[in-house]
Design a binder for this molecule. Sequence first.
Ligand SMILES: NC(=O)c1ccc[n+]([C@@H]2O[C@H](COP(=O)([O-])OP(=O)(O)OC[C@H]3O[C@@H](n4cnc5c(N)ncnc54)[C@H](O)[C@@H]3O)[C@@H](O)[C@H]2O)c1
Length: 327
Amino acid sequence: MPAPTSPRATTDAAVTAWDPHHLPDQTGRTVVVTGGSAGIGYFIAEQLAGAGAHVVIAARDADRAAAAQAAIAAQHPAAVTSVLPLDLASLDSVRRAADALADLERVDALVLNAAVMVLRTAGAATADGFDPVMGTGHLGNAALVAHALPVLARTPGARVVGTTSGLVRRFHPAIGDLATASRPLPSARPLTVGRRYVLSKAVHEAYFAELDRHLRATGSSTLALLSHPGVAIGSRSPLRPGVLDPRRADRGVEPLWGLVGAGKDAGAWSAVRAAADPHVESGQYWGPAGRITGLPVLGAGDPRYRDPALGRRVREETEELVGVRLP
Ligand SMILES: NC(=O)c1ccc[n+]([C@@H]2O[C@H](COP(=O)([O-])OP(=O)(O)OC[C@H]3O[C@@H](n4cnc5c(N)ncnc54)[C@H](O)[C@@H]3O)[C@@H](O)[C@H]2O)c1
């Protein structure tokens, strides 16, 4: 297949039948989903638990996590779920969560879904003084990976699934010094926050490319994959009319969301596929319609972010900021 030069990606046509109704049996597998109590993360948790996986909902708010568990149980009475307290905006909390993961018999997949997209307060910061967008979506998740890799290594073929956004390919921001890019923003203007969000996802892509190289170079059996949900806005889609995100209060305008994107349940598919499909390979990049193969380098995300020198720098700067190195 000729390598396209434009950042537009194509998808693997063979995957169209793969959806929550066609998941391989997940019985015996354990999957951790960050931000699993709401949004797309809730549906990732619901779909995997419905297919038999033990799903660990990693979330900040115990009540919301309990509501998610109840909603999943209502949909799938045999579902097995548990809750892991995790605040990605606190490196202390991330370390404690990773310590708790070590008590699990196995972890087959760690799905890094949680991120912050919208902020209304200028100067808002994580517990460690980082911009919440970069601090949560990239630094918190990367710290969790670094802490959790030894646990994942105990389960052969375990996966780490990062979450990026199609906006990266559209805007492909340059990645400068990460310490500067992790400082709280002086302005909460939507454009400023939006730019930081896209940058955080680009950084995450570069980090994941490096993670994949690191895992292969160290002979690990753990896989590193990226997924992006497409545009996923409503709390349900026609495909799963009975399933609702327990948190969302926008159900009244639900039909309108269908005009601008898929439901968040459909947005979950790419991560679910990356977590559950026995045939995925490390370095792959999954989108809402299947594996994205139209980009030249290893079928992964935006090739600009797979440059090894960039990945090494992003990894080193990330490790410096979060204080934990990839093992
Ligand atoms: N919705 C879309 O159209 C879209 C498009 C591209 C990428 N994404 C990505 O998909 C993922 C999920 O998006 P979504 O639309 O469900 O977002 P959302 O805002 O509805 O949900 C985000 C989740 O992250 C959790 N979270 C936020 N801060 C946290 C913290 N400090 N600690 C622990 N959990 C925290 C929230 O509680 C929530 O469960 C994100 O990574 C997002 O960037 C979404």
